[in-house]
Design a protein around this ligand. Structure first.
Ligand code: E4P
Length: 217
């Protein structure tokens, strides 16, 4: 399972990269705004800065919602760095854009996916990644993990190469459950990655080992 971090915060991306388990980064316009990154040039520069920190794919989202605009923006983003994956929303023109990019060898991440039908369309169009938002489904009392299972089943039926990128991860159990189901990738906050480290028996066991070592020395 690949681990992506879902942030535009350079310090957190560095921290995850230094842990040695990071495979990529996802961003979105809200995450960029949260870091105060505004204006086209600053945004493009920030994507390059992220690419220079992480060894792996970096999703950069288009803002346009029409085919022509998405193609123009996506080509500009893809030109920025070889690690860039163009993130395209799950709308009608988005599907057309994914097909266009796929035919041109530009990698895509189809975002804002909330149903199996949407995931099937994204795969048919040739998306490199599909991003079902499990946390946002859970927020409205709908089982986000069930969507990951159903997409896994459908993709395996037809051997679609589109990778399932479980997005909107909120906590460590989302990560573990997605791994059990067989999601190809998860993207979440640093806390969900670092939370996997924690166990009280590890802490107490280590404290005892160190205490016993001190007694004998
Ligand atoms: C996916 O790529 C999105 O950036 C993200 O996972 C959305 O998560 P949220 O629901 O926590 O905003």
């Amino acid at each position: 399972m690949k681990f992506f971090i879902d942030t535009a915060n350079l310090a957190q991306i560095k921290e995850a990269q230094e842990l040695g388990v990071l495979d990529g980064v996802t961003t979105n316009p809200s995450l960029m705004a949260k870091e105060g990154i505004t204006g086209r040039n600053n945004i493009l520069k920030h994507y390059v800065d992220i690419c220079n920190i992480v060894d792996g794919d970096v999703s950069a989202e288009v803002i346009s919602t029409d085919l022509k605009g998405m193609i123009k923006e996506g080509e500009e983003l893809a030109e920025l760095h070889e690690q860039i994956v163009v993130k395209v929303p799950m709308i009608k023109d988005g599907i057309k854009a994914i097909k266009y990019f796929s035919d041109k060898g530009i990698r895509t991440n189809c975002t804002l996916v909330f149903s199996c039908g949407q995931a099937l369309l994204a795969a048919k169009a040739g998306a490199s990644y599909v991003s079902p938002f499990i946390g946002r489904l859970d927020d409205i009392s709908t089982d986000g993990l069930n969507l990951i299972s159903e997409i896994r089943h459908i993709y395996d039926n037809y051997e679609f190469q589109t990778q399932i990128l479980a997005a909107s991860i909120r906590h460590t159990m989302h990560v573990i459950d997605c791994a059990k189901i067989g999601a190809d990738v998860m993207t979440g906050p640093l806390s969900a990655i670092e939370g996997l480290l924690k166990h009280p028996l590890t802490d107490s066991g280590l404290a005892k080992f160190l205490e016993d070592y001190q007694k004998g020395n």
